[in-house]
Design a protein around this ligand. Structure first.
Ligand code: KIV
Length: 273
């Protein structure tokens, strides 16, 4: 059975089949031009609720609402012809009940044209994940450091540090696997804990600050290109320093305007006639 769509686009099912295979590459995107730039280079594009921090300057992901996720999800889905597009369900849009989750997730799928949703949580969210999957909504799970729970976790802290925490993490991973998630993000955990989750599950695992043994990796695009400067977690590798280039471009433009060097004749209609 082909796991690509007819158009050759990667699907949640194709990612589910990558357990133990070629590593899965994921990145976040929030806008159409950035999504288009990565579409043929990655396997999935995540419209993460991290946009609350990267785009809207908030201090956590808790404040973003469903309409905002849908707006960005639609822009990204429109730009992606190859990568599988996953949109985060934001805080407060799915935790109350499986029915609430279905209403939110179905809106996301219908209004954005994305391929799947992601939700955070382990054993406590497994019934909700399976409710969605049974009703035709592909779900990517997310365990470990779950940023929407920053207020009960006591900050963005590495998880899986003691035996009880590892046991809980493994139970969370197994529950989301059994619920039918097509992939499972493991974020911000000790390497040994991540390896135990991988060993205890058969789902495609996607690491972010977890382990190189995961079936794939995902990072926040703003971290990768050096656009987000508020803080830099240990697990981030910067492949470019875009913010420096942006600042230089803006400073040069401002200087040229002040010196009347810009606009030059080549930028003015009918100049010098
Ligand atoms: O919101 C997000 O960007 C995420 C990734 C960090 C996995 O959930």
């Amino acid at each position: 059975m082909s796991t690509h769509s007819k158009s050759g686009k990667l699907t949640p099912m194709s990612l589910a089949g990558r357990r133990g295979g070629t590593p899965v590459v994921g990145l976040t995107a929030y806008t159409a031009p950035i999504a288009a730039a990565m579409d043929d280079k990655v396997d999935f594009v995540l419209v993460g609720d991290s946009l609350a921090m990267t785009i809207y300057g908030e201090s956590s992901t808790v404040g973003v609402d469903l309409d905002t996720m849908i707006r960005h999800g639609r822009a990204v889905a429109r730009a992606c012809k190859h990568a599988c597009v996953v949109v985060d369900l934001p805080f407060g849009s799915y935790q109350a009940s499986p029915e609430q989750a279905f209403m939110s997730a179905s809106r996301v799928l219908m209004e954005t044209g994305c391929d799947a949703v992601k939700l955070e949580g382990g054993t406590e969210m497994a019934a909700t994940a399976s409710f969605l999957v049974e009703r035709g909504i592909p779900v990517m799970g997310h365990v470990g450091l779950t940023p929407q729970s920053v207020n009960t976790l006591g900050g963005f802290k590495t998880q899986g540090k003691d035996e009880a925490a590892v046991r809980k993490l493994v139970a969370d991973g197994k529950a989301m696997d059994a619920a039918g998630c097509f992939a499972l993000v493991i974020e911000g955990v000790m390497e040994a804990a991540a390896r135990e989750v991988i060993a205890a599950t058969s789902v495609t695992t996607i690491g972010i600050g977890a382990s190189a043994a995961c079936d794939g990796q995902v990072l926040v695009i703003d971290d990768v290109i050096g656009l987000f400067a508020a803080f830099r977690p240990k697990f981030v590798k910067r492949y470019a320093s875009i913010l420096g280039e942006v600042e230089t471009a803006i400073a040069t433009y401002a200087e040229e305007v002040r010196k009347r060097e810009f606009p030059g004749p080549e930028h003015i209609f009918g100049a010098g006639r």
